[in-house]
Write a protein that binds this ligand. Sequence first.
Ligand code: CP3
Length: 328
Amino acid sequence: MRQAGRYLPEYRAMRKKAGSFVTLCKTPELACKVTLQPLHRFDLDAAIIFSDILTIPDAMGLGLSIRENEGPRFERPIRSIDDINKLGALDPATDLAYVMNALRLTRNELNGRVPLIGFSGSPWTLATYMIENGSSADFRRSKSLLYQEPEALHKLLRLLTEAVSSYMIEQVKSGAQVLMIFDTWGGILAHADFKDFSLAPTRQIISNIKNTAEASEIPIIVFTKGGGPWITDIAATGCSAVGCDWTVSLGATRRLVGNQVALQGNMDPSILLESPEIIREQVRVVLDDYGGGAGHIFNLGHGVSPGVNPEHVAILVNSVHELSQTSN
Ligand code: CP3
């Protein structure tokens, strides 16, 4: 996840030339070029389309901007139940045509070299950004809505479930060969709330996708940051793979969920800031924890942070390929 991004000088140059992150996302030729940047440098086994989870709220009328060092912001965040009632339905083929065009271009450029991953945020995670107007330390507004007006939050989640389902189905029609759902903020929910507010909408999306002829066979990965306590529930959503952050043991998770899903993950991204020796050693720790055999997609437990030396990403990728020859 976040293969491309600020740790790459060629990405920073491209963003500067384009003028903004949002322009990069909305210009299919540039989004395609950025998607391919990490593949020119590293021996990766998949490409993830360059975009953002916040394209959906933007297309629903909230007006997204992402300024340097400020994170995402909306011109019109959700501030009242009225704002939820005013949200329109989404037609991804037209409202998000730029994402579909970027997928088509990139699939064509990749020409079968590696599979292309499309993605979306989960309804809960998208709702938090729409309500908080960006990232948040305590998710106060989202939690207040959850406890004071649960029906209003459910309504927003239903709208987002519809939007994400049709968006992801359209991505498959446009060339995505794998789909990934990012539930970045599922882990901040209380135990009693996770299933209703995060898991249920994700399960519904998977069912909607699987019930669509053109997308019924697509592998779907679900990543919930901090999702350790609910890993068996996540594995039972109908997804093909569960993305794990670095707080869980891949080996223990494999024993817990059996063979029903692949596991993706889960090296702590901060290890990329350490020396090549430590990176290599920690790759071995993750591979040993999984314990060999099929069904492991090596990944970081979250995105690459901006300060990482790209050489370190090369060391990671090469170590995974080399050390997994003996472990798998
Ligand atoms: O590898 C790729 O090219 C995939 C691209 C990708 C981006 N965002 C590009 C991006 C993906 C898969 C995402 C997903 C995403 N976006 C998530 C889910 C995954 C996760 O990280 O938990 C979330 C929560 C977002 C929302 C978002 N977008 C935030 C919070 C930020 C700001 C981050 C920060 O550190 O300030 C973004 C911006 C963003 N999305 C950048 C990139 C490369 C950095 C933008 C820039 O300044 O150039």
